[in-house]
Design a protein around this ligand. Structure first.
Ligand code: ATP
Ligand code: PRP
Ligand code: MG
Length: 299
C-alpha cells in the first residue's frame, strides 16, 4: 500500500508525449533517479515520483488512485471519460492544466473520391476508429446511423482492407491521410497534452505538493512564448511604438546619459516576437532592438 506523503505522476514511457513531458517537469525543477526497470523514477529534488506507462493506462491509474497526476492527450482522457459515462460511472478525472504540446485533432476522414455532401453521407456506413466512445457520441449528436468498427492501430488502412468505408483518427499535418488517399470531413475533438488529476481534490500533504508543482508549471508555461525586449527610442515616439506591443507589460523606462531626448526601455512581451513586428517597431522609431529569451518567472 502506498503512503500519501509523496506525489506520483504518470507519464508516457515512450512515445510522442514522453520527451516533452520530461522536459516540462525538469524545467519545473524536478529531478529523478531512474530505477533499473525504468518504470518508476524516484523524485530526488522533491517528494514527487514518476511512473512510466502506456498512455492509455494513465486515466485508469488516476481513477484508481495508483497515481495522483498524469500527462496524457485530451483524446485519450476524453475517450475514457466517455466510456465511463456510457457505463454509468461517475466522473473520475479532470483536466488540471493544458500543456501546449501534442496538438492534434480527432477527425472523420473519407476516401478522396467521395463527393462530400454533408454528414448524412455517413449514414449506413462503417467507420474504423480507436475512439469508439467519442465517435459513437458524436454520431448520436449528429443523428447519423453509422457503425463504429474498433481497431487499435493503423486505422487509416481500414478502407483499403474493406473493413470500413471511412475512418475516425488523429490528424496533425494531414500527411498520413494524404498517403492513404483520405480527406478530412469533420473534426470531433481538438486535442493537446494535459495534466490530468482526480475529480476530487487531495486531502493530505499531496495538496500542498500539487499546488507547488502547479505554481512552477504555470511559471514555465507562461515564459515559454515570453520574450524580454530591450530597445531605445525618442520619448516622442514612445506612444506609437507601444501600440505595436499590445501584449507587453508596462515597460521600464530608463534615462540615457547625455541624451535627454531618448530613453532605454525594457518590456516583457507575452507572445512571439516576429521579424515583422521588430521591423514595424524600427520604422516607428525604435533602435538597438534586443530580444532575449526568458528562463524563469515567479509572479
Ligand atoms: N500526429 C500527431 N501529432 C501530434 N500529437 C499527436 C499525434 N498523434 C498522436 N498525438 C498525441 O500524442 C499522444 C501519444 O501518441 P503515441 O503515438 O505516442 O501513442 P501510442 O502509440 O498510443 O503510445 P503508447 O505506447 O504509450 O500507448 C496521442 O494520444 C495524442 O494525444
Ligand atoms: O496528420 P499526421 O501528421 O500524419 O499525423 C497523424 C498520425 O499520427 C498518429 O500516428 P503515429 O505517427 O503516432 O503512429 P501510430 O499510429 O503508430 O501511433 C496518428 O495515429 C495518425 O496516424
Ligand atoms: Mg497508446
Amino acid at each position: 500500500m502506498r503512503t500519501h506523503d509523496r506525489l506520483r505522476i504518470a507519464i508516457q514511457k515512450s512515445g510522442r508525449l514522453s520527451d516533452p513531458a520530461r522536459d516540462l517537469l525538469a524545467r519545473a525543477g524536478l529531478s529523478f533517479r531512474e530505477s533499473r526497470d525504468r518504470l518508476f523514477c524516484y523524485g530526488e529534488s522533491l517528494p514527487i515520483d514518476l511512473l512510466l506507462v502506456r498512455d492509455d493506462d494513465i486515466p485508469g491509474l488516476i481513477a484508481e488512485g495508483v497515481c495522483d497526476l498524469g500527462v496524457v492527450g485530451q483524446n485519450v482522457l476524453a475517450e475514457q471519460a466517455a466510456e465511463r459515462e456510457a457505463a454509468g460511472q461517475d466522473e473520475a478525472y479532470q483536466i488540471v492544466r493544458s500543456l501546449g504540446f501534442g496538438r492534434c485533432r480527432l477527425s472523420v476522414a473519407v476516401p478522396n473520391e467521395w463527393e462530400w455532401s454533408g454528414n448524412a453521407r455517413l449514414d449506413g456506413t462503417r467507420i474504423a476508429t480507436s475512439y469508439p466512445n467519442l465517435l459513437t457520441r458524436w454520431l448520436r449528436e449528429q443523428g447519423i446511423a453509422a457503425e463504429a468498427v474498433v481497431l487499435s492501430g493503423s486505422v487509416e488502412i481500414a478502407p483499403r482492407l474493406g473493413k470500413a468505408e471511412s475512418i475516425c483518427d488523429l490528424v496533425s499535418s494531414g500527411a498520413t491521410l494524404q498517403a492513404n488517399q483520405l480527406k478530412e470531413v469533420a473534426v470531433i475533438l481538438e486535442s493537446e497534452a494535459v495534466l490530468a488529476g482526480p475529480a476530487k481534490p487531495f486531502a493530505d500533504v499531496r495538496a500542498d505538493l500539487a499546488s507547488m508543482l502547479l505554481r512552477r508549471l504555470d511559471g514555465v508555461l507562461s515564459v515559454k512564448a515570453s520574450k524580454l525586449l530591450l530597445f531605445q527610442a525618442k520619448r516622442s515616439a514612445l506612444s506609437e511604438i507601444m501600440k505595436l506591443l499590445p501584449d507587453a507589460e508596462p515597460p521600464t523606462v530608463m534615462p540615457i546619459e547625455g541624451r535627454s531626448e531618448e530613453v532605454a526601455l525594457q518590456a516583457l512581451c507575452r507572445t512571439a516576437m516576429t521579424w515583422q513586428r521588430l521591423e514595424d517597431m524600427k520604422r516607428a522609431g525604435a533602435s538597438g532592438l534586443l530580444v532575449l529569451p526568458v528562463e524563469q518567472m515567479l509572479a
